[in-house]
Design a protein around this ligand. Structure first.
Ligand SMILES: Cc1cc2nc3c(=O)[nH]c(=O)nc-3n(C[C@H](O)[C@H](O)[C@H](O)COP(=O)(O)OP(=O)(O)OC[C@H]3O[C@@H](n4cnc5c(N)ncnc54)[C@H](O)[C@@H]3O)c2cc1C
Length: 465
């Protein structure tokens, strides 16, 4: 009987000190293949659990020898395409953190979560450039951009990559930095996981004292006033100030406050890294036009607590999430948001979140792949595939909303929040995309590494290492 590629891989790796391999039919394969994003189904030839650099190198070598492609996964928050018949390299057990307080750097293993870094920096003034959810993986988030609360003052997480250790297509372990393999280092700062498996990242930490953060909730009828207030307010804000306005359908779940449960509301998320009085004053200016909130919880305290204590981590879901970017906030964009998720709208598009960019994000950083210097605003749209809805209803509703935004968006995307593997090039200028394809051709000419957002190798270049 013919031996499957997965079985050949297991035989190649079935030695002490080598990573654990799960094949279809093994009970643990069914859990090992599961991404957080359940709209995507992975059916790999094998799930390989690597917990250290040597195990990753062994897995990559064995996959290459067996003729299998490799996709890394830490949490699967960023799964955008099913892995079918390839190796799914599960890195969730590869977690370690080492903070260097003198240099203000943190080194992390491939599967480390932001919550691990927040735990390690707690009690210091050093803070990571994480996003709004602590249970996301540091490496995937940083390789694909990374847009957090501190982005307006400190830039994308990708721009904070000081050094990366990577297992290349040959199984060789290399370090990319401004001094060693600078082209690869450039590509890893925003170009995603196409070039190899990153086993260790050294990242710049920011500094922050106490910050103001949290949510204020208003009846959805106040949506227009609050969106227009945000449009004016965001024009004048210093880099330490940030906020987002969300039009939210709150689920009807008993654990949620009765005042909000099952309602469509407006939530204004606040962030201000300043003294308490000025931070509160700035946020009050934003929300005052909304009148008295239904509920407000703006807390002044440590950055770490703000990220880790904003409710339980979101459980795995099947959802349609996407981001659209804008150079300015036209009235028509506000009107489109209101029509889709404002008063009287149905509950299919559960969340539309308007964020502000600018500040450090607008300063073009030539050392980072995928810059969006003209972008001033973004809208993140989220809709769950609920079982009671007919197939296609969610995609139709999101599609109609996106079509209404299209004349006003700049057509670019951010890899981290782009659900469409066919839209990867839209995260880069055409010059940056061509340069990324050359780096890919140099490091992975046979296209072994296939993350959902894949950079294809340029065809005319051979391996150079
Ligand atoms: C609830 C929620 C909130 C979010 N909030 C934000 C936010 O505030 N800001 C923001 O910018 N984004 C946000 N995102 C998007 C999130 O940052 C991306 O989904 C991110 O890619 C997740 O990284 P991960 O490692 O957890 O996921 P994974 O799906 O495991 O990995 C993401 C990608 O990186 C690749 N990858 C992972 N590890 C490696 C590695 N070691 N080497 C090479 N490639 C690797 C994977 O192949 C995949 O393509 C959010 C997403 C969700 C679902």
């Amino acid at each position: 009987m013919a031996v499957s590629a997965g079985e050949r891989l297991r035989r190649a790796l079935g030695r002490p000190g080598y990573p654990r391999v799960e094949l279809p039919g093994d009970p643990s394969y069914e859990t090992g293949r599961l991404p957080w994003q359940r709209a995507v189904e992975h059916r790999p030839a094998a799930v390989v659990h690597a917990t250290g650099t040597a195990e990753v190198a062994a897995a990559v070598r064995a996959a290459a020898d067996t003729g299998l492609a490799v996709t890394a996964m830490t949490t699967g928050h960023g799964s955008v395409a099913g892995v079918d018949g390839a190796v799914l390299l599960n890195l969730s057990g590869f977690r370690n953190v080492d903070v260097d307080p003198k240099l203000g750097h943190v080194s992390v293993g491939a599967g480390t979560l932001w919550s691990d870094v927040l735990h390690a920096t707690k009690g210091t003034s050093l803070v990571p450039l994480c996003g709004t959810v602590a249970t996301i993986g540091v490496t995937g988030y940083s390789l694909q951009g990374g847009l957090g609360w501190l982005a307006r003052s400190d830039g994308f997480a990708a721009a904070g990559i000081v050094e990366a250790e990577m297992v290349a297509a040959t199984g060789k372990i290399v370090v990319a930095s401004p001094e060693e393999h600078p082209e690869l280092w450039w590509a890893l700062r925003g170009g995603g996981g196409s070039f190899g498996v990153v086993t260790n990242l050294k990242l710049r930490l920011a500094t922050a004292g106490a910050v103001l953060g949290g949510y204020a909730y208003f009846p959805v009828e106040k949506a227009e006033r609050l969106l227009r207030s945000f449009a004016d307010w965001s024009e004048t804000q210093p880099e330490w100030s940030n906020a987002a306005v969300m039009l939210l359908q709150v689920p009807d779940r008993p654990q949620l406050p009765a005042l909000l449960r099952g309602r469509r509301v407006v939530a204004v998320r606040a962030f201000a890294a300043a003294g308490e009085a000025i931070a509160r004053q700035v946020m009050n200016e934003l929300i005052a036009p909304g009148g008295p909130p239904l509920a407000v919880d703006y807390t002044y305290g440590s950055f770490n607590d703000m990220i880790t204590e904003q409710g339980p981590p979101p459980p795995p879901v099947a959802s349609h999430e996407r981001i659209d970017l804008f150079d300015r906030l036209d009235d028509a964009v506000i009107e489109a948001m209101l029509a889709t998720a404002g008063p009287g709208s149905d509950d299919v598009v559960a969340c539309v979140e308007l964020r502000m960019w600018g500040g450090a994000l607008a300063r073009d950083n030539p050392a980072r792949a995928g810059a969006h210097p003209s972008t001033r605003y973004s809208i993140i749209t989220g809709a769950r595939y609920e079982p009671q809805w007919e197939a296609g209803r969610v995609d139709e509703a999101v599609g109609a909303f996106v079509a209404s935004l299209k004349p006003y968006s700049n057509g670019e995307t951010l890899l981290n929040l782009c659900p469409n593997p066919g839209a990867t090039a839209g995260a880069f200028t055409s010059a940056a995309y061509d340069r990324l394809r050359s780096v890919k051709a140099a490091w992975d000419p046979d296209d072994i590494f296939q993350p959902g957002h894949q950079i294809p190798p340029a065809t005319s270049i051979g391996a150079t290492f």
